[in-house]
Design a protein around this ligand. Structure first.
Ligand code: GTP
Ligand code: MG
Length: 336
């Protein structure tokens, strides 16, 4: 399925129905008074968060949403029916902004959380309301008020606790497959992963937590190189970043340089992101060769006080300690 995480949408709530001008007309009742009913209210437009969908794709295909109009008032004091409200389902983690001002209007993070984005117009009053001692036959009624209309920008930021970052081919997708039931594509070429994946990890006495696997980053990502860092917004809400560095004999470049390069890109993307707790995992331990790359990285992490985990996602080596660390860090962060 296509993954869409940014869309523009135009919404128009229903207009209110017109009030009615009408007079009582019955046999033997000369000059019956006004009896025009009120118009109904126009339908509102709501956005509602649901875990059932995970992309904004549907909205991309329907960029205009309208709610129903209120029915016009009728004679014999009959009120027009209200327009039906329109509820637009969006994935959890959808941020709604005003397209013009960019102001954040709402952040839908909880299941079934709703946001009324456009209010339906009030129905007009019928002429029955305007009768007074001096005006016994009002020949006018109110028009309905127009419903709100606006353009919004919707942005999806996945709600994950742990974000996996690293160069392409570092083993991010392999790790998420080993820890959760997510099954992203894995292959020995860079940029196998083109869209973010989420995996739910269940761990011992802790509650489950969610890991996000995002496409690989490379030097110059901030300037759009590779896939750029369009996907980094999906790790903006995580509690901890796990930085994967390939320490196998097949890996290219110095492991410490590789680590620093990505962290530089993170700083350029957002100073907040780099302030998050970050741990480093040296991956592909099973093919570490003479182990020099592993030692260099371990030494650097020790000097700079990064928590360091040598792992092999294929054999499962080191995963227990890593999980323990991730679970406790996530828990600690959530408690704050
Ligand atoms: N021997 C060995 N190979 C591994 C290990 N982890 C990953 N690999 C291999 O490394 C290659 C890249 O792994 P992926 O998990 O696709 O890497 P990625 O970081 O998701 O890559 P992109 O999606 O391209 O950014 C694949 O051929 C994997 O089979 C490991 O622990 N041991
Ligand atoms: Mg991948």
């Amino acid at each position: 399925m296509q993954f869409i995480d940014q869309v523009k949408v135009h919404i128009k709530a229903g207009d209110g129905g017109r009030g009615c001008v009408s007079f009582r007309r019955e046999k033997y009742v000369p000059r019956g008074g006004p009896n025009g009913g009120d118009g109904g209210r126009g339908g509102h437009i709501f956005f509602q968060a649901t875990g059932d969908i995970n992309t904004l794709l549907d909205i991309k295909y329907q960029q205009l949403y309208r709610a129903e109009q209120g029915q016009h008032g009728m004679g014999k004091d009959m009120h027009g029916r209200n327009g039906k409200d329109l509820i637009i389902p969006v994935p959890l983690g959808t941020l709604i902004r005003d397209f013009e001002t960019n102001e954040i209007l709402c952040d839908l993070t909880e299941e079934r959380q709703e946001f009324m984005a456009a209010r339906g117009g009030r129905g007009g009053l019928g002429n029955a309301h305007f009768k007074s001692a001096t005006r016994q036959a009002p020949r006018f009624a109110q028009p309905g008020e127009p419903g709100d209309e606006m353009t919004l920008a919707l942005e999806l930021k996945l709600l994950a606790d742990v974000g996996l970052i690293g160069l392409p081919n570092a083993g991010k997708s392999t790790l998420i497959s080993a820890l959760s039931s997510a099954r992203p594509k894995i292959a020995d070429y860079p940029f196998t992963t083109l869209v973010p994946n989420l995996g739910v990890v269940k761990f011992a006495e802790y509650k489950s937590f969610v890991i996000a696997d995002i496409p690989g980053l490379i030097e110059g990502a901030h300037a759009g190189t590779g896939l750029g860092f369009q996907f980094l917004r999906h790790v903006e809400r995580t509690s901890v970043l796990l930085h994967l560095v390939d320490i196998s004999e097949m890996a290219e470049g110095d492991p410490v340089d590789n680590l620093k390069k990505i962290n530089k890109e993170l700083t350029l993307f957002s100073p907040d992101l780099i302030k998050k707790p970050q741990a480093v995992a040296g991956t592909k331990l099973d093919i570490k060769g003479d182990g020099k790359r592993l030692d260099t990285l371990a030494q650097y992490c020790n000097d700079t006080q990064y928590d360091f985990f040598p792992i092999c996602a294929v054999t499962g080596k080191g995963l227990k300690d890593l999980l323990q660390y991730l679970a406790t860090t996530v828990e600690k962060h959530k408690g704050r």
